[in-house]
Write a protein that binds this ligand. Structure first.
Ligand SMILES: NC(=O)c1ccc[n+]([C@@H]2O[C@H](COP(=O)([O-])OP(=O)(O)OC[C@H]3O[C@@H](n4cnc5c(N)ncnc54)[C@H](O)[C@@H]3O)[C@@H](O)[C@H]2O)c1
Length: 334
């Protein structure tokens, strides 16, 4: 049985914990969060030991895989620590905040011969998977134009408001739009050039970015990411893919007829559910895919190199918005 430790029991640590409940052959033996009120409920859910300090987790617990759900600026430190002890690492996206840090993580995984994957979960969301299958079946011909949006209110839940600090979260380009950058690169091809405009940081709780990507195969993508919607707005993602013979469109608010609106302090009080939808939770699917690699040696579905590529596009968007110039890619990842 593969033994796992989950580091960070905030929003994503809890999401992973619920997914682990359904995954056979994997046993979460330990969880760690500096906040007891976050760590203990997760330890109870998974019947795992609770640690309040990562140092104690590393010195006392025995595990094969570290699942990192910490704020982004802490990913590298703990990924390296785990890899150097021969542990496989699953790390939430974005891989890191700089290309140098990401490369160090990838190199370390290679040096210590451990598996390393990053939570680019959009690839596992059914509507995004379905688009890929339809395109592979030739339904819309050759994709030429991709338009995505990923819009929400500012994430208010974070520990010490780390999302608000661009040096810790990377802002919406690196934290949010990276989901679509990864999906676009993976399914439509390499990005050659990036041009972006954003709202800047004048309003700390309202960030918004519009980004145009030119792909190496000639296709064009228009990616919108927002943390600027009013507090309480529902999270919404969309795509339109225009091909030489047709188009595909998706809107996350249209795929589920049941709407619940809960009064609470979270930014997502509105939830849509589809009673017909029996698909697997995408977070469970991404973790299952990773453990298929760890346990059965299947190829990694999301590699560190791919996560680095998505980060390069996200950082180029930040740079383009800052300078007003387009950014040509291809140099940093070589
Ligand atoms: N894949 C997705 O859909 C998705 C969604 C949201 C966030 N994320 C990513 O997941 C990561 C975590 O984000 P979050 O929203 O869960 O953040 P969060 O603030 O909700 O949770 C982070 C947790 O880490 C704990 N923590 C901080 N420092 C620690 C330390 N040194 N040792 C132990 N615990 C520590 C905090 O107490 C907190 O509970 C980020 O990289 C974020 O970008 C991914």
């Amino acid at each position: 049985m593969t033994q796992v430790a989950v580091l960070g029991c905030g929003t994503m640590g809890q999401t992973h914990a619920h997914a682990y409940k359904n995954i056979e052959d994997v046993h979460v033996v330990a969880v760690c969060d500096i906040r007891k009120e976050k760590g203990i409920p997760v330890s109870e859910l998974l019947e795992a030991d609770y640690y309040s300090q990562a140092e104690a987790l590393f010195s006392k617990a025995s595990f094969d895989v570290l699942d990192i759900c910490l704020p982004t600026y802490l990913h590298k430190e703990y990924a390296l620590l785990a890899m150097k002890q021969g542990k496989h690492v699953f790390c939430e996206k974005p891989i890191a905040l700089s290309l140098e840090d990401a490369k160090e993580m990838i190199d370390c995984a290679r040096q210590y011969d451990v598996y390393f994957s990053v939570g680019h979960v959009v690839r596992f969301f059914p509507p995004y998977r379905q688009a890929t299958s339809l395109m592979e079946a030739g339904k819309i011909g050759i994709p030429r134009l991709i338009r995505t949006s990923r819009n929400q209110a500012f994430p208010p839940w974070s520990w010490e408001h780390w999302y608000q600090n661009t040096e810790k979260s990377g802002g919406p380009e690196v934290d949010l739009m990276i989901h679509d950058f990864d999906w676009i690169i993976h399914y439509f091809g390499k990005v050659e050039r990036v041009y972006a405009k954003n709202l800047g940081e004048h309003l700390p709780d309202q960030r918004h970015c519009l980004c145009i990507l030119r792909l190496a195969n000639g296709a064009m993508a228009h990616v919108e990411g927002s943390w600027a919607l009013p507090k309480g707005s529902e999270f919404r993602t969309t795509y339109e893919i225009v091909g030489t013979e047709g188009q595909l469109c998706y809107d996350s608010t249209h795929d589920a007829p049941i709407k619940t609106e809960i009064s609470n302090d979270l930014s997502h009080p509105v939830h849509h559910e589809n009673p017909m939808y029996g698909g697997m939770n995408p977070y469970e699917a991404e973790l299952r895919a990773f453990y298929d690699t760890v346990i059965h040696g299947n190829p990694l579905q999301v590699t560190g190199e791919q996560a680095l590529e998505a980060l390069e596009v996200a950082l180029a968007a930040v740079e383009s918005a800052r300078t007003g110039e387009s950014v040509t890619l291809g140099r940093a990842t070589k």
